[in-house]
Design a protein around this ligand. Structure first.
Ligand code: HEC
Ligand code: HEC
Length: 511
């Protein structure tokens, strides 16, 4: 786990061969101090960046963790909490799975801890490539509201016997449909999109349906609802995103309203009094595609440890299930017979607010050290001429209108003070934009996905699938699905020469 001497050798070599000069101190290895790169290489700031571009690049602790035995031990224990497959049997340290659940572990959906899970052809949660979350929602409601009377927000398709899952997975059908854009899937110069690949000249998007008879609730009408899939985003660097102040986030929003185009939407305020020991009170949502989570301590990861597996802990002594589920399960005579309990007993047990914690508070705190302390891989090749040209194109095409290159973290990030005052390069405004994609599912107005570390997706995860439902099979397609508020960016890219398109993508691959 210690710093790799190879990395330092590589830096040395690079400094020896670096000749070109630039006025931008961010791009060149800094000549005034031969040991340091310019700031843009430190994607996660000086403290949150790790020089590692191996297949484990998204899993590395920051150096402040490596260098502190107490934090390091907590990180390793936390990593175990995230990596283990939870079981239903009691007393193993990873006990408490069920009654209903989504997956058995974090890594079932975040296999390399980041980037994205992989596009699949079948919705099968036992397939380790499938990191999709399934959601059931009302497409006629203005906010695509979840069918939360019946289903948990993240829909469960698994259960521990004798309980049954709310949805029988074999009734979930995933289809990839072909899409042809107004330019016949061709660039201005006549080249088909993704030229040279087996899917040249095509674009695809998912359509997901759930059969009525796959649903546990007999009075639930699937024909009035829709299903949607969302892919993972990435875990590395979330501590740094958490360390950006609410004021700076609100200022970014205000600036976008003022400029009058691509005016992002800010996450709704979430009251976290009692839910975040460091920053109680209201905070605008900044995590997840729909900005439904505000701070890391009450964030998607902190919650997932409980609601993905249904493992209770001192602060969450109840099941993540709906009353409707408890009702149907308690009235099921098969369940009654196997458990040897009455309907009332089963209902009361399932809906109790005082269940025995299955995980200790210390386990959770260690988990949060891991969660907060995963480093962002440093940028690579920023001193390459083509990459520098691609960087210019990224700015000229106004990608930065939404993919804001840098932020400086707050000065007093108490949960991990070392993450304060860090200039980071996540390439996101943490706001939502409507790209008017064909059939986007629930995620119509999506948070600008951070682009940091994405260039290592192939190395860490063996694929380059992107966007919230993984419809893009490479960088080209990810950009070509930008319409709506980002239409101009797509148009600019479409009109570029082949060399320029390649340079822009090379830059994306370097950050
Ligand atoms: C069922 C698959 C699944 C499992 C299991 C899962 N996640 Fe996720 N995770 C997702 C998806 C999908 C998203 C993004 C979708 C969204 O907007 O909700 C996400 C988002 C996140 C994010 C938000 C990142 C950001 O920048 O907004 C974090 C952090 C995270 N997960 C951590 C975890 C941790 C930690 C665990 C285990 C305790 C876990 N996840 C388990 C699917 C999963
Ligand atoms: C109007 C805001 C906006 C502009 C301008 C914009 N983007 Fe995006 N970008 C987004 C949003 C929102 C997403 C997430 C969309 C989704 O997943 O549905 C995204 C996603 C991406 C992704 C996929 C990331 C991933 O891991 O899924 C890439 C790559 C990307 N943008 C590159 C670019 C480039 C290059 C440009 C300029 C040519 C650009 N974007 C301009 C808002 C924007």
């Amino acid at each position: 786990m210690k710093k790799n001497s190879l990395v330092y050798n590589a830096i040395g070599l690079l400094l020896l061969t670096a000749t070109a000069c630039s006025d931008d101190p961010g791009l060149e290895p800094d000549d005034s101090n031969k040991k340091e790169y310019g700031e843009e290489w430190y994607t996660g700031g000086k403290v949150g960046t790790i020089f590692n571009s191996s297949s484990r690049a998204y899993k590395q602790p920051m150096d402040i963790i490596n260098d502190d035995p107490v934090l390091y031990r907590a990180f390793m224990r936390g990593e175990e909490m995230a990596g283990k497959s939870y079981v239903s049997a009691e007393g193993t340290g990873y006990s408490g799975l069920g009654p209903a659940y989504i997956r058995k572990s974090c890594i079932a959906c975040h296999p390399s801890y980041g980037g994205h899970s992989q596009r699949v052809d079948k919705f099968d949660t036992s397939d380790s490539r499938n990191g999709y979350l399934l959601m059931i929602y009302d497409p006629t409601s203005p906010t695509n509201a979840l069918a939360s009377k019946y289903f948990t927000g993240m829909t469960q398709t698994r259960a521990v016997s004798p309980f049954k899952p709310p949805i029988d997975e074999s009734g979930v059908d995933l289809q990839w449909k072909q899409y042809v854009d107004e330019y016949g899937n061709k660039y201005e110069d006549g080249t088909p999109y993704s030229a040279g690949t087996s899917y040249e000249g095509t674009l695809i998007y998912p359509v997901i349906t759930v059969a009525q008879d796959a649903i546990l609730f007999k009075d639930f009408d699937m024909s009035k609802h829709a299903a949607s899939i969302e892919a993972t985003i990435g875990i590395y660097g979330v501590g740094l995103l958490d360390a950006i102040s609410d004021e700076d986030l609100r200022a970014q929003w205000a600036e976008e309203q003022e400029r009058g185009y691509a005016m992002g939407k800010i996450g709704a305020d979430i009251d976290e009094t009692g839910l975040n020991p460091y920053f109680p009170g209201k905070h605008p949502g900044r995590f997840t595609y729909l900005l439904t989570r505000a701070t890391l301590d009450n964030g998607p990861g902190a919650n997932a440890l409980w609601n993905i597996t249904n493992v209770t802990r001192p602060e969450r002594t109840y099941n993540y299930i709906t009353d409707e589920y408890a009702k149907v399960m308690s009235e099921d005579t098969e369940v009654q017979k196997i458990l040897g309990l009455s309907a009332k007993n089963i209902f009361d047990n399932l809906t109790s607010r005082e269940l025995k914690p299955e995980m200790t508070q210390q386990d959770f705190e260690d988990f949060m050290v891991w969660h907060r302390g995963i480093a962002v891989p440093a940028a690579r090749n920023l001193d390459d001429e083509t990459v520098q040209h691609g960087r210019d194109l990224f700015y000229d095409a106004k990608c930065t209108a939404c993919h804001r290159p840098s932020w400086t973290t707050r000065s007093n990030y108490t949960p991990m003070p070392a993450l304060s005052n860090q200039k980071i390069f996540p390439y996101t405004d943490l706001l939502r934009h409507d790209l008017e994609m064909k059939e986007p599912g629930r995620v119509q107005v999506c948070r600008t996905t951070p682009l940091w570390g994405r260039g290592l997706l192939q190395v860490t995860s063996g694929h380059t699938d992107m966007l919230h439902d993984l419809r893009a099979r490479n960088y080209e397609e990810a950009i070509l699905w930008h319409g709506g508020e980002a239409k101009l960016a797509k148009e600019t890219f479409r009109k570029m020469s082949k060399a320029d398109r390649e340079a822009l993508i090379k830059f994306l691959g370097a950050i």
